[in-house]
Design a protein around this ligand. Structure first.
Ligand SMILES: O=c1ccn([C@@H]2O[C@H](COP(=O)(O)O)[C@@H](O)[C@H]2O)c(=O)[nH]1
Length: 279
């Protein structure tokens, strides 16, 4: 099955374009659970397992951000791998790794994330050049989401700057990705931030068939309504990520799992207008 087919089924099957970001911070995990564990790696695995179970009916995808697993120390990769194994097979797994390097190094990232971890997709940073994507482009069951217009303030430093006197660097990257897609079996998607509505319009217009990974809703303050408007007519499928506002919605309540389930359900509902366009 191609990545696009799996993504389409995941969206239709869950009736949702929502993605839960797995950004586990041991100190923020609800106390009723944290008190039962004496070490962070096992606590993080149990927390992620329960988050996946509580939210799986409301999402098409999960996005473990590798930084939060790397921060666990020597057991980080093992816990990431076991977390990914808890995710139902029909869901899209996006390894948010933001990698980008020369060919032989990038080939090792490809092996680690596509072959070993078996993620459906990875996030990549193409600022070292388009050739850094080459090791990833031979598999139609996979996708690479390239950072194109990020959600942080600093996207103004480079990605929103005029490039070659005519467009933003983000638009230029989008245009290059659209051209490279012809030579790539792997789907080349784009990461665009919901907090950068004015800048993402032109970016998605130059690459309308690219699937989108969209962070910035929730804690970062992006607006679902504005997003719906800017995505009008976009052909590629958007996956809307939320991490902290779901993961930590239950705070230290005993019934934190029910609270996060409710939160994911509410976010799914708020995205229904958008979801309808893609099911
Ligand atoms: O432009 C980007 C690219 C990636 N991210 C990542 O998405 C989540 C957002 O978390 P929230 O808690 O929902 O704010 C996180 O893993 C970021 O590293 C992004 O925010 N912006």
């Amino acid at each position: 099955m191609t990545f696009t087919e799996k993504l389409r089924r995941a969206v239709s099957g869950s009736n949702s374009v929502l993605c839960v970001g797995l950004d586990p911070v041991p100190g923020l995990i609800p106390k009723p659970l944290a008190d039962k564990f004496s070490n962070s790696p096992d606590l993080v695995l149990e927390f992620c397992t329960r988050v996946i179970e509580a939210t799986k009916n409301h999402v098409c995808a999960f996005k473990p951000n590798t930084a939060f697993f790397e921060a666990l120390g020597s057991r980080g990769w093992e816990i990431l791998d076991q977390t990914v194994q808890q995710i139902p097979k029909e869901k899209i797994v996006i390894a948010d790794a933001k990698r980008g390097d020369i060919g032989n190094t990038a080939a090792q990232y490809k092996k680690a994330f596509f072959d070993d971890l078996n993620a459906d997709a990875i996030t990549l940073n193409a600022l070292m050049g388009m050739d850094t994507l080459d090791p990833f482009i031979d598999d139609d069951a996979k996708a690479a989401y390239i950072l194109t217009m990020t959600s942080n303030r600093g996207s103004a430093d480079f990605l929103q700057r005029r490039f070659e006197g005519r467009m933003s660097l983000g638009e230029y990257i989008a245009e290059e990705l659209e051209k490279k897609q012809d030579k790539s079996k792997t789907h080349l998607g784009m990461v665009v931030g919901a907090t950068q509505i004015e800048s993402i319009g032109p970016v998605i217009n130059v690459n309308p068939e690219a699937h989108l990974l969209i962070p910035g809703i929730g804690k970062q303050g992006g607006s679902v309504e504005a997003l719906q408007m800017v995505l009008e007519g976009h052909i590629g499928i958007p996956v809307i990520n939320s991490s902290r506002s779901i993961l930590y919605a239950g705070s230290d309540h005993e019934d934190w799992e029910e609270i996060i389930e409710q939160k994911a359900s509410e976010m799914k509902m708020s995205l229904q207008e958008l979801t309808k366009r893609y099911v």
